[in-house]
Design a protein around this ligand. Structure first.
Ligand code: FAD
Length: 449
Protein backbone atom coordinates (compact mmCIF):
# COMPACT_ATOMS: atom_id res chain seq x y z
CA UNK A 1 0.00 0.00 0.00
CA UNK A 2 1.21 3.51 -0.77
CA UNK A 3 0.20 6.02 1.88
CA UNK A 4 -0.74 9.59 1.03
CA UNK A 5 1.13 10.68 4.15
CA UNK A 6 3.47 9.09 6.67
CA UNK A 7 4.15 11.12 9.82
CA UNK A 8 7.14 10.52 12.12
CA UNK A 9 6.33 11.52 15.72
CA UNK A 10 3.03 11.66 17.58
CA UNK A 11 3.41 14.94 19.45
CA UNK A 12 0.98 17.84 18.93
CA UNK A 13 2.62 18.56 15.57
CA UNK A 14 2.46 15.02 14.21
CA UNK A 15 -0.74 13.56 15.65
CA UNK A 16 -2.94 16.55 14.84
CA UNK A 17 -1.57 16.67 11.28
CA UNK A 18 -2.13 12.93 10.86
CA UNK A 19 -5.73 13.14 12.09
CA UNK A 20 -6.45 16.20 9.97
CA UNK A 21 -5.16 14.53 6.79
CA UNK A 22 -7.07 11.32 7.58
CA UNK A 23 -10.27 13.33 8.03
CA UNK A 24 -9.66 14.73 4.52
CA UNK A 25 -9.95 11.13 3.33
CA UNK A 26 -6.20 10.51 2.94
CA UNK A 27 -4.41 7.25 3.82
CA UNK A 28 -2.22 8.16 6.76
CA UNK A 29 0.34 6.28 8.88
CA UNK A 30 1.83 7.70 12.09
CA UNK A 31 5.03 6.37 13.69
CA UNK A 32 5.68 6.83 17.41
CA UNK A 33 8.64 5.26 19.19
CA UNK A 34 7.45 6.21 22.65
CA UNK A 35 3.94 7.18 23.77
CA UNK A 36 1.23 9.12 21.96
CA UNK A 37 1.08 12.82 22.78
CA UNK A 38 4.81 13.61 22.64
CA UNK A 39 6.61 16.00 24.94
CA UNK A 40 3.63 18.28 25.42
CA UNK A 41 1.25 15.71 26.81
CA UNK A 42 3.66 13.45 28.64
CA UNK A 43 6.52 15.58 29.97
CA UNK A 44 5.75 19.16 28.96
CA UNK A 45 2.70 21.43 28.85
CA UNK A 46 0.16 19.18 30.53
CA UNK A 47 2.10 17.75 33.51
CA UNK A 48 3.70 21.14 34.32
CA UNK A 49 0.36 22.93 34.27
CA UNK A 50 -1.17 20.21 36.45
CA UNK A 51 1.56 20.80 39.05
CA UNK A 52 1.15 24.57 38.81
CA UNK A 53 -2.61 24.21 39.33
CA UNK A 54 -2.00 22.42 42.62
CA UNK A 55 0.44 25.15 43.66
CA UNK A 56 -2.26 27.71 42.85
CA UNK A 57 -4.76 25.81 45.00
CA UNK A 58 -2.27 25.94 47.88
CA UNK A 59 -1.73 29.67 47.32
CA UNK A 60 -5.52 30.16 47.34
CA UNK A 61 -5.69 28.40 50.73
CA UNK A 62 -2.95 30.66 52.12
CA UNK A 63 -4.81 33.72 50.85
CA UNK A 64 -8.30 32.47 51.72
CA UNK A 65 -8.83 35.19 54.34
CA UNK A 66 -8.78 37.78 51.54
CA UNK A 67 -12.03 36.21 50.38
CA UNK A 68 -13.57 36.01 53.84
CA UNK A 69 -12.71 32.38 54.44
CA UNK A 70 -11.10 31.06 57.63
CA UNK A 71 -9.03 27.92 57.28
CA UNK A 72 -8.43 26.05 60.51
CA UNK A 73 -4.99 24.43 60.60
CA UNK A 74 -2.28 24.65 57.99
CA UNK A 75 -2.82 23.91 54.31
CA UNK A 76 0.03 21.78 52.95
CA UNK A 77 0.80 20.22 49.61
CA UNK A 78 1.36 16.47 49.27
CA UNK A 79 3.58 16.18 46.22
CA UNK A 80 3.03 12.42 45.95
CA UNK A 81 -0.75 12.99 45.74
CA UNK A 82 -0.23 15.80 43.23
CA UNK A 83 1.81 13.36 41.13
CA UNK A 84 -1.06 10.84 41.17
CA UNK A 85 -3.44 13.51 39.87
CA UNK A 86 -0.89 14.59 37.25
CA UNK A 87 -0.59 11.01 36.02
CA UNK A 88 -4.38 10.63 35.86
CA UNK A 89 -4.69 13.78 33.76
CA UNK A 90 -1.87 12.67 31.42
CA UNK A 91 -3.27 9.12 31.05
CA UNK A 92 -6.82 10.32 30.37
CA UNK A 93 -5.67 12.78 27.73
CA UNK A 94 -3.33 10.14 26.23
CA UNK A 95 -6.24 7.73 25.84
CA UNK A 96 -8.17 10.58 24.22
CA UNK A 97 -5.42 11.07 21.62
CA UNK A 98 -5.44 7.33 20.85
CA UNK A 99 -9.22 7.29 20.44
CA UNK A 100 -9.16 10.42 18.29
CA UNK A 101 -6.55 8.91 15.93
CA UNK A 102 -8.49 5.66 15.72
CA UNK A 103 -11.70 7.54 14.99
CA UNK A 104 -9.99 9.49 12.23
CA UNK A 105 -8.67 6.28 10.66
CA UNK A 106 -4.93 6.90 11.18
CA UNK A 107 -2.76 3.77 11.20
CA UNK A 108 -0.60 4.15 14.31
CA UNK A 109 2.68 2.25 14.07
CA UNK A 110 4.47 1.94 17.42
CA UNK A 111 8.08 1.94 16.21
CA UNK A 112 11.09 4.16 15.66
CA UNK A 113 11.09 5.39 12.07
CA UNK A 114 13.99 6.25 9.75
CA UNK A 115 13.96 7.81 6.32
CA UNK A 116 14.76 5.16 3.74
CA UNK A 117 14.90 7.05 0.46
CA UNK A 118 12.79 9.98 -0.72
CA UNK A 119 9.38 8.33 -0.32
CA UNK A 120 10.11 5.51 2.06
CA UNK A 121 10.34 4.95 5.78
CA UNK A 122 11.84 1.96 7.54
CA UNK A 123 10.51 0.98 10.96
CA UNK A 124 10.93 -2.27 12.92
CA UNK A 125 12.33 -4.04 9.86
CA UNK A 126 9.46 -3.04 7.53
CA UNK A 127 9.50 -0.50 4.71
CA UNK A 128 6.54 1.82 4.18
CA UNK A 129 5.96 4.00 1.11
CA UNK A 130 4.21 7.36 0.87
CA UNK A 131 3.67 10.31 -1.43
CA UNK A 132 4.48 12.65 1.46
CA UNK A 133 6.51 12.38 4.65
CA UNK A 134 6.05 14.78 7.56
CA UNK A 135 8.90 14.86 10.11
CA UNK A 136 7.57 15.84 13.55
CA UNK A 137 10.16 14.29 15.84
CA UNK A 138 10.17 17.16 18.33
CA UNK A 139 12.93 18.06 20.76
CA UNK A 140 14.65 16.88 23.95
CA UNK A 141 16.35 18.81 26.78
CA UNK A 142 19.65 20.33 25.67
CA UNK A 143 22.78 19.20 27.48
CA UNK A 144 25.24 22.09 27.65
CA UNK A 145 28.94 21.34 28.01
CA UNK A 146 29.21 22.20 31.68
CA UNK A 147 31.82 20.12 33.54
CA UNK A 148 30.09 17.94 36.14
CA UNK A 149 26.62 18.14 34.56
CA UNK A 150 26.41 14.78 32.76
CA UNK A 151 25.82 11.61 34.77
CA UNK A 152 25.37 13.64 37.94
CA UNK A 153 22.47 12.30 40.06
CA UNK A 154 21.94 15.79 41.54
CA UNK A 155 21.27 17.25 38.09
CA UNK A 156 17.78 16.82 36.65
CA UNK A 157 16.28 17.96 33.39
CA UNK A 158 12.64 19.01 32.88
CA UNK A 159 11.57 15.37 32.55
CA UNK A 160 13.43 14.17 35.64
CA UNK A 161 12.16 16.94 37.89
CA UNK A 162 8.56 16.22 36.89
CA UNK A 163 8.82 12.87 38.63
CA UNK A 164 9.83 14.16 42.10
CA UNK A 165 7.36 13.08 44.76
CA UNK A 166 9.01 14.87 47.70
CA UNK A 167 9.47 18.64 47.82
CA UNK A 168 13.19 19.46 47.82
CA UNK A 169 14.36 21.96 50.42
CA UNK A 170 16.53 23.85 47.95
CA UNK A 171 16.58 23.88 44.18
CA UNK A 172 19.05 25.55 41.84
CA UNK A 173 17.86 26.27 38.32
CA UNK A 174 20.27 26.87 35.43
CA UNK A 175 18.45 29.12 32.97
CA UNK A 176 15.87 31.87 33.38
CA UNK A 177 13.85 30.95 30.28
CA UNK A 178 10.25 29.79 30.20
CA UNK A 179 10.81 26.22 31.42
CA UNK A 180 13.20 27.25 34.22
CA UNK A 181 10.84 29.99 35.40
CA UNK A 182 7.76 27.75 35.47
CA UNK A 183 9.52 25.11 37.57
CA UNK A 184 11.03 27.82 39.80
CA UNK A 185 7.58 29.33 40.32
CA UNK A 186 6.08 25.93 41.15
CA UNK A 187 8.76 24.88 43.65
CA UNK A 188 8.91 28.32 45.28
CA UNK A 189 5.11 28.26 45.76
CA UNK A 190 5.31 24.94 47.59
CA UNK A 191 7.96 26.04 50.06
CA UNK A 192 11.26 25.24 48.35
CA UNK A 193 14.13 27.76 48.34
CA UNK A 194 14.81 28.38 44.67
CA UNK A 195 17.80 30.12 43.05
CA UNK A 196 18.08 30.81 39.34
CA UNK A 197 21.44 31.32 37.64
CA UNK A 198 21.07 33.04 34.26
CA UNK A 199 23.78 34.15 31.85
CA UNK A 200 21.79 37.09 30.44
CA UNK A 201 21.05 40.30 32.36
CA UNK A 202 17.30 39.59 32.25
CA UNK A 203 14.93 36.67 32.46
CA UNK A 204 12.62 35.45 29.69
CA UNK A 205 14.44 37.42 26.98
CA UNK A 206 11.64 36.98 24.43
CA UNK A 207 9.18 38.87 26.63
CA UNK A 208 8.58 42.63 26.21
CA UNK A 209 11.14 44.23 28.56
CA UNK A 210 8.57 46.29 30.53
CA UNK A 211 6.53 43.17 31.31
CA UNK A 212 9.67 41.11 31.89
CA UNK A 213 10.79 43.55 34.61
CA UNK A 214 7.42 43.21 36.33
CA UNK A 215 7.69 39.42 36.18
CA UNK A 216 11.16 39.54 37.71
CA UNK A 217 9.91 41.73 40.53
CA UNK A 218 6.90 39.42 41.20
CA UNK A 219 9.08 36.32 41.24
CA UNK A 220 11.52 38.01 43.62
CA UNK A 221 8.55 38.83 45.88
CA UNK A 222 7.67 35.13 45.75
CA UNK A 223 11.10 34.44 47.23
CA UNK A 224 13.04 33.28 44.16
CA UNK A 225 16.72 34.31 44.30
CA UNK A 226 18.16 35.50 40.98
CA UNK A 227 21.80 35.48 39.90
CA UNK A 228 21.64 37.36 36.58
CA UNK A 229 24.55 37.99 34.17
CA UNK A 230 26.22 34.99 35.77
CA UNK A 231 27.98 32.24 33.86
CA UNK A 232 27.96 28.67 35.13
CA UNK A 233 31.48 27.22 35.05
CA UNK A 234 31.10 23.79 36.63
CA UNK A 235 29.07 21.56 38.90
CA UNK A 236 30.61 19.77 41.88
CA UNK A 237 28.09 17.22 43.14
CA UNK A 238 25.12 19.34 44.19
CA UNK A 239 27.06 22.62 44.12
CA UNK A 240 26.84 24.94 41.15
CA UNK A 241 29.89 27.13 40.60
CA UNK A 242 29.40 30.31 38.58
CA UNK A 243 31.12 33.61 37.78
CA UNK A 244 29.17 36.59 39.07
CA UNK A 245 28.80 39.95 37.31
CA UNK A 246 32.28 40.98 38.53
CA UNK A 247 33.85 37.75 37.31
CA UNK A 248 34.21 36.39 40.86
CA UNK A 249 33.59 32.71 41.48
CA UNK A 250 30.45 32.04 43.55
CA UNK A 251 28.73 28.85 44.68
CA UNK A 252 25.12 27.90 45.23
CA UNK A 253 23.90 24.48 46.27
CA UNK A 254 20.59 22.63 46.27
CA UNK A 255 19.12 19.19 46.81
CA UNK A 256 18.84 19.24 43.02
CA UNK A 257 20.13 21.32 40.14
CA UNK A 258 17.66 21.72 37.28
CA UNK A 259 19.22 21.99 33.84
CA UNK A 260 16.77 24.29 32.01
CA UNK A 261 19.10 25.55 29.31
CA UNK A 262 16.87 24.91 26.32
CA UNK A 263 15.87 22.15 23.92
CA UNK A 264 17.63 20.34 21.06
CA UNK A 265 15.80 19.07 17.96
CA UNK A 266 15.54 15.28 17.50
CA UNK A 267 17.53 14.75 14.29
CA UNK A 268 19.94 11.92 15.05
CA UNK A 269 19.44 8.60 13.32
CA UNK A 270 16.63 9.87 11.09
CA UNK A 271 18.68 9.53 7.91
CA UNK A 272 18.64 13.26 7.11
CA UNK A 273 22.30 13.40 6.02
CA UNK A 274 21.93 10.49 3.58
CA UNK A 275 18.97 12.18 1.87
CA UNK A 276 20.59 15.62 2.09
CA UNK A 277 17.71 17.19 4.00
CA UNK A 278 18.82 20.70 4.95
CA UNK A 279 19.25 21.15 8.72
CA UNK A 280 21.55 22.73 11.26
CA UNK A 281 21.87 22.42 15.04
CA UNK A 282 18.65 24.44 15.52
CA UNK A 283 16.61 22.04 13.41
CA UNK A 284 15.30 21.12 9.96
CA UNK A 285 14.97 24.17 7.76
CA UNK A 286 11.43 24.85 6.60
CA UNK A 287 9.60 27.72 4.94
CA UNK A 288 6.25 29.22 5.97
CA UNK A 289 4.46 26.36 4.12
CA UNK A 290 6.21 23.48 5.89
CA UNK A 291 8.43 22.51 2.92
CA UNK A 292 11.93 21.26 3.53
CA UNK A 293 14.49 21.58 0.71
CA UNK A 294 13.24 18.23 -0.71
CA UNK A 295 9.87 17.90 -2.47
CA UNK A 296 7.55 15.48 -0.66
CA UNK A 297 9.42 15.84 2.66
CA UNK A 298 7.85 18.24 5.13
CA UNK A 299 8.58 19.14 8.76
CA UNK A 300 6.71 20.76 11.61
CA UNK A 301 7.05 21.52 15.30
CA UNK A 302 10.05 21.63 17.59
CA UNK A 303 12.25 19.72 15.14
CA UNK A 304 12.26 22.82 12.92
CA UNK A 305 13.51 24.96 15.83
CA UNK A 306 11.26 27.82 14.71
CA UNK A 307 8.78 28.26 17.56
CA UNK A 308 9.00 25.76 20.40
CA UNK A 309 5.33 25.76 21.36
CA UNK A 310 2.71 23.04 21.11
CA UNK A 311 0.08 25.18 19.37
CA UNK A 312 2.70 26.37 16.85
CA UNK A 313 3.65 22.73 16.15
CA UNK A 314 -0.01 21.89 15.53
CA UNK A 315 -0.58 24.83 13.22
CA UNK A 316 2.64 24.09 11.29
CA UNK A 317 1.48 20.50 10.80
CA UNK A 318 -1.94 21.60 9.51
CA UNK A 319 -0.33 24.15 7.18
CA UNK A 320 1.97 21.45 5.79
CA UNK A 321 -0.96 19.05 5.24
CA UNK A 322 -2.99 21.75 3.48
CA UNK A 323 -0.11 22.57 1.17
CA UNK A 324 0.72 18.93 0.40
CA UNK A 325 -2.89 18.28 -0.67
CA UNK A 326 -3.36 21.42 -2.74
CA UNK A 327 -4.95 23.85 -0.28
CA UNK A 328 -3.03 27.15 -0.04
CA UNK A 329 -2.07 27.98 3.54
CA UNK A 330 0.88 29.55 5.33
CA UNK A 331 2.25 30.27 8.79
CA UNK A 332 1.89 33.74 10.25
CA UNK A 333 4.37 33.47 13.09
CA UNK A 334 3.75 37.02 14.32
CA UNK A 335 0.22 36.04 15.44
CA UNK A 336 1.24 33.04 17.58
CA UNK A 337 0.64 33.74 21.26
CA UNK A 338 2.98 32.54 23.98
CA UNK A 339 2.48 32.17 27.71
CA UNK A 340 4.67 31.72 30.76
CA UNK A 341 2.54 29.93 33.33
CA UNK A 342 4.34 31.30 36.36
CA UNK A 343 2.37 32.82 39.25
CA UNK A 344 1.52 35.43 38.06
CA UNK A 345 1.37 34.34 34.46
CA UNK A 346 2.62 36.30 31.45
CA UNK A 347 1.06 36.21 27.98
CA UNK A 348 1.99 37.92 24.77
CA UNK A 349 1.37 38.04 21.07
CA UNK A 350 2.87 40.12 18.29
CA UNK A 351 5.76 42.54 18.41
CA UNK A 352 7.48 43.72 21.59
CA UNK A 353 8.28 47.39 22.02
CA UNK A 354 11.98 46.58 21.55
CA UNK A 355 11.24 44.89 18.20
CA UNK A 356 9.21 47.87 16.95
CA UNK A 357 12.01 50.26 17.93
CA UNK A 358 14.65 48.07 16.26
CA UNK A 359 12.58 47.97 13.03
CA UNK A 360 11.92 51.72 13.14
CA UNK A 361 8.12 51.22 13.14
CA UNK A 362 6.21 54.24 14.51
CA UNK A 363 3.82 53.15 17.26
CA UNK A 364 1.57 54.30 20.07
CA UNK A 365 1.25 52.42 23.33
CA UNK A 366 -1.05 52.09 26.30
CA UNK A 367 -0.20 50.42 29.59
CA UNK A 368 -3.08 49.86 32.03
CA UNK A 369 -3.60 47.97 35.26
CA UNK A 370 -5.68 44.81 34.81
CA UNK A 371 -7.72 46.00 37.80
CA UNK A 372 -9.59 48.44 35.51
CA UNK A 373 -11.75 45.36 34.93
CA UNK A 374 -14.01 44.79 37.93
CA UNK A 375 -13.64 41.04 37.48
CA UNK A 376 -9.89 41.24 38.09
CA UNK A 377 -10.54 42.84 41.48
CA UNK A 378 -13.10 40.16 42.27
CA UNK A 379 -10.94 37.21 41.26
CA UNK A 380 -7.43 38.36 42.14
CA UNK A 381 -7.70 40.01 45.55
CA UNK A 382 -4.49 41.75 46.52
CA UNK A 383 -2.81 40.96 43.19
CA UNK A 384 -1.45 43.22 40.49
CA UNK A 385 -1.69 42.86 36.76
CA UNK A 386 -0.71 44.94 33.75
CA UNK A 387 -1.77 45.01 30.12
CA UNK A 388 0.33 46.70 27.47
CA UNK A 389 -0.87 47.31 23.93
CA UNK A 390 1.22 48.52 20.99
CA UNK A 391 -0.53 49.89 17.89
CA UNK A 392 0.73 51.27 14.61
CA UNK A 393 0.87 55.06 14.83
CA UNK A 394 -1.14 56.17 11.80
CA UNK A 395 -3.95 53.63 11.37
CA UNK A 396 -3.98 52.10 14.83
CA UNK A 397 -3.45 48.51 13.67
CA UNK A 398 -2.78 46.29 16.68
CA UNK A 399 0.83 45.13 16.60
CA UNK A 400 1.49 43.67 20.02
CA UNK A 401 -0.29 42.76 23.25
CA UNK A 402 1.65 41.90 26.41
CA UNK A 403 0.20 41.13 29.79
CA UNK A 404 1.08 39.93 33.26
CA UNK A 405 -1.44 38.85 35.86
CA UNK A 406 -4.18 36.33 36.52
CA UNK A 407 -6.09 34.97 33.55
CA UNK A 408 -4.03 36.66 30.82
CA UNK A 409 -3.35 33.25 29.22
CA UNK A 410 -7.10 33.08 28.49
CA UNK A 411 -7.72 36.52 26.99
CA UNK A 412 -4.50 36.51 24.91
CA UNK A 413 -6.43 34.36 22.39
CA UNK A 414 -8.65 37.41 21.68
CA UNK A 415 -5.53 39.48 21.04
CA UNK A 416 -4.14 36.80 18.69
CA UNK A 417 -7.31 36.93 16.62
CA UNK A 418 -7.04 40.72 16.41
CA UNK A 419 -3.45 40.52 15.20
CA UNK A 420 -4.17 37.64 12.81
CA UNK A 421 -7.10 39.60 11.31
CA UNK A 422 -5.07 42.85 11.25
CA UNK A 423 -7.71 44.69 13.30
CA UNK A 424 -7.34 48.36 14.21
CA UNK A 425 -8.36 50.12 17.42
CA UNK A 426 -11.57 51.31 15.72
CA UNK A 427 -12.50 47.73 14.78
CA UNK A 428 -12.09 46.59 18.38
CA UNK A 429 -14.38 49.42 19.52
CA UNK A 430 -17.23 47.57 17.80
CA UNK A 431 -16.54 44.20 19.42
CA UNK A 432 -18.65 43.42 22.49
CA UNK A 433 -16.81 41.75 25.37
CA UNK A 434 -18.77 39.91 28.07
CA UNK A 435 -19.13 41.62 31.43
CA UNK A 436 -17.71 41.10 33.98
CA UNK A 437 -14.56 39.48 32.56
CA UNK A 438 -10.87 40.32 32.80
CA UNK A 439 -10.86 40.54 28.99
CA UNK A 440 -12.67 43.88 29.32
CA UNK A 441 -9.34 45.30 30.53
CA UNK A 442 -7.82 44.20 27.23
CA UNK A 443 -10.46 46.14 25.29
CA UNK A 444 -10.04 49.20 27.53
CA UNK A 445 -6.26 49.17 27.06
CA UNK A 446 -6.63 48.87 23.29
CA UNK A 447 -9.04 51.82 23.25
CA UNK A 448 -6.55 53.85 25.31
CA UNK A 449 -3.89 53.26 22.66
P1 FAD B 1 7.08 16.44 20.58
O1 FAD B 1 5.93 16.82 21.37
O2 FAD B 1 8.43 16.50 21.13
O3 FAD B 1 6.77 15.04 19.92
C1 FAD B 1 7.68 14.38 19.09
C2 FAD B 1 7.37 12.89 19.15
O4 FAD B 1 8.14 12.25 18.14
C3 FAD B 1 7.75 12.23 20.46
O5 FAD B 1 6.64 11.53 20.97
C4 FAD B 1 8.89 11.28 20.10
O6 FAD B 1 8.88 10.09 20.87
C5 FAD B 1 8.58 10.98 18.65
N1 FAD B 1 9.74 10.56 17.85
C6 FAD B 1 10.94 11.18 17.77
N2 FAD B 1 11.73 10.54 16.89
C7 FAD B 1 11.02 9.49 16.41
C8 FAD B 1 11.30 8.47 15.46
N3 FAD B 1 12.45 8.39 14.80
N4 FAD B 1 10.32 7.55 15.22
C9 FAD B 1 9.12 7.60 15.87
N5 FAD B 1 8.82 8.56 16.78
C10 FAD B 1 9.75 9.49 17.03
N6 FAD B 1 4.42 24.39 24.85
C11 FAD B 1 3.30 25.11 24.95
O7 FAD B 1 2.76 25.54 23.93
N7 FAD B 1 2.73 25.39 26.16
C12 FAD B 1 3.29 24.97 27.32
O8 FAD B 1 2.76 25.22 28.39
C13 FAD B 1 4.49 24.21 27.26
N8 FAD B 1 5.07 23.75 28.37
C14 FAD B 1 6.19 22.99 28.29
C15 FAD B 1 6.78 22.53 29.45
C16 FAD B 1 7.92 21.75 29.39
C17 FAD B 1 8.56 21.25 30.68
C18 FAD B 1 8.46 21.40 28.13
C19 FAD B 1 9.69 20.52 28.03
C20 FAD B 1 7.89 21.86 26.96
C21 FAD B 1 6.76 22.66 27.02
N9 FAD B 1 6.15 23.15 25.88
C22 FAD B 1 5.04 23.93 25.97
C23 FAD B 1 6.69 22.88 24.54
C24 FAD B 1 5.90 21.75 23.85
O9 FAD B 1 5.91 20.61 24.65
C25 FAD B 1 6.51 21.46 22.49
O10 FAD B 1 6.59 22.66 21.75
C26 FAD B 1 5.67 20.46 21.72
O11 FAD B 1 5.56 19.26 22.41
C27 FAD B 1 6.30 20.21 20.36
O12 FAD B 1 5.51 19.29 19.67
P2 FAD B 1 6.13 18.38 18.51
O13 FAD B 1 5.00 17.59 17.96
O14 FAD B 1 6.95 19.19 17.60
O15 FAD B 1 7.17 17.41 19.24
Amino acid sequence: MIYDLLVIGAGPGGYEAAAYAAKMGKKVGLFEKNVLGGTCLNVGCIPTKTLLRSAKALEDCHEASLYGINIVGEATLDLAAVQVRKQQVVSTLGRGVGAMLKGAGVAVIKAEAHLHGRNKIEAAGKVYEAANILIATGSVPATPRIPGLSDNPSVLDSTGILALDKTPKELVVIGGGVIGLEFASFFASIGCIVSIVEMLPNIAPVVDAEIGKKLLSELKKAGIIFHLSCKVVRIEGNILVFLDQDGKEQKVSGDYILNATGRSPVLKGLGLEELKVDFDRKGIKTDAFGHTNLPGIWACGDVTGRCLLAHAATREGIVAVNNMFGKADRMRYHAIPSVIYTHPEVAQVGATEEELKAKGIAYRKAVMPAAIAGRFMIDYAGKGGTIKVLVEEKYGQILGVHAIGGCCSEFIANASQMIELELRVDDVRQIVFPHPTVSEALKETILHA
